[in-house]
Design a protein around this ligand. Structure first.
Ligand SMILES: O=P(O)(O)OC[C@H]1O[C@H](OP(=O)(O)OP(=O)(O)O)[C@H](O)[C@@H]1O
Ligand SMILES: Nc1ncnc2[nH]cnc12
Length: 137
């Protein structure tokens, strides 16, 4: 099962993950399943204009234009080891912006975990994090 494969990878990470952050939209399908298995909090990283309260924001580029990702200011606790989760790694713009959000929160990225990696786009090379992908295309 896809969830089991993701959880196996997440549990291999050492030191252990302390928080899972999922990227809108499809990171919301898998991130919460992983966080429940790891018994750690889930934090949503959302597209601009969707979250209330004080926010951290990062502007980023993707294959087809620019966008902004946001997270609530106090959602990620300083010093925590955060696992970024998304469905797909293409250029890496979304995960790189999410990495910067985690750093702005004073936390660290333990790894980026995706289901599919589009290898020709070399997104992995743009990321300062470990990248774990289940399927490479
Ligand atoms: O590595 P990148 O080049 O950043 O591309 C990967 C991102 O693109 C897709 O989402 P998209 O931003 O299209 O939005 P969506 O989740 O709302 O469909 C995909 O779900 C990833 O989040
Ligand atoms: N090249 C791509 N193919 C499918 N979905 C994507 N999302 C972002 N880039 C994509």
């Amino acid at each position: 099962m896809l969830k089991d494969a993701l959880v196996v990878e997440a549990k291999k990470i050492s030191p252990p993950v302390e928080c899972v952050a999922g990227l809108e939209a499809r990171g919301f399908l898998f991130g919460p399943l992983i966080s429940l298995e790891l018994n750690v909090p889930f934090v949503p990283i959302r597209k601009k204009g969707k979250l209330p309260g004080n926010l951290l924001s990062v502007c980023y580029s993707k294959e087809y234009g620019q966008d902004v990702l946001e997270v609530q200011e106090n959602a990620i606790k300083p010093g925590k080891r955060v696992l970024l989760v998304d469905d797909l790694l293409a250029t890496g713009g979304s995960l790189l912006a999410s990495y910067h959000l985690v750093k702005k929160a004073g936390a660290q990225v333990a790894a980026s975990l995706v289901i599919i990696e589009l290898e020709p786009l070399k997104g992995r090379d743009t990321l300062p994090t470990d990248v774990i992908s289940l399927i490479k295309l």
